[in-house]
Design a protein around this ligand. Sequence first.
Ligand SMILES: *Cc1c(COP(=O)(O)O)cnc(C)c1O
Length: 270
Amino acid sequence: MKRDDLIHPFISGNKWRKLQGIVRDAQKSRATALVTFGGAWSNHLLATACVGAQLGIKTVGFVRGETVSNAVLTICSLYGMELIFVSRQDYQDKRALFQDFQERQSQAYFIDEGGYSIHALSGVGTVVEEINENAYDHLFCACGTGTTLAGLSKAIHQRRDNIQLHGVPVLKGGDGLTTQIKNLYPDAAYQWHPEYSFGGYAKTKPELLTFIKSFCAQTGILIEPVYTGKLCYAVVDLIKKEVILPHERVLILHTGGLTGLLGMHTHFPA
Ligand SMILES: *Cc1c(COP(=O)(O)O)cnc(C)c1O
């Protein structure tokens, strides 16, 4: 397992990697504020808030849905992010929200939900640079926007590595995602495993929760139900089904996201 969950105690590893190139682009365009979007438990909002605090750039987070407070939004506020709650309907048109904001601050920089951006690919690619060439047969990652998968695929091609990339979409019917991935990197090549979404984004099932409990207890590595739990479940199941063979070397990318657990204690009664 590649432990990108260890990059930071609160920041999802892949969100941190994605933001590297995005922030570089924002700085090039002399942005004075990073404006982005997410749900109330968004790992991406949290990562953006942290990066903004580190670099001294104002951050603004549009949060989908009614005003709430929770652990993730509290940390976002501590990092100085301005939180603006918008209805699910208004949230649909992110560009319109951004343009309204620009009237307040013209040098604002738009960052799409989840850090979906062509500028995110180079940062994600550093994952591949950090592993030895041809050291693994398979590389697995969880997919939300598909940006991480696109970045990994690009870096694998650039290096001509023989590793086989696999994506496990955590949303239902990840078909729309394949277009989204192609838009970031047209040559993206990967095996796709849509049968492990467990009913959709942030949806779960008893067998997933049971799996997560035993995985954490057996390995000492925390995973959570939204991303890495589904990912690890998929890998173990593919090994059971002998799609992955005993002699093959598998690397799982742990993308972090553990703050999500903080809102899920009712899923895991003691
Ligand atoms: C956002 C996120 C993902 C999904 O990454 P994409 O690049 O959007 O596909 C995977 N794992 C964790 C923990 C995340 O926070």
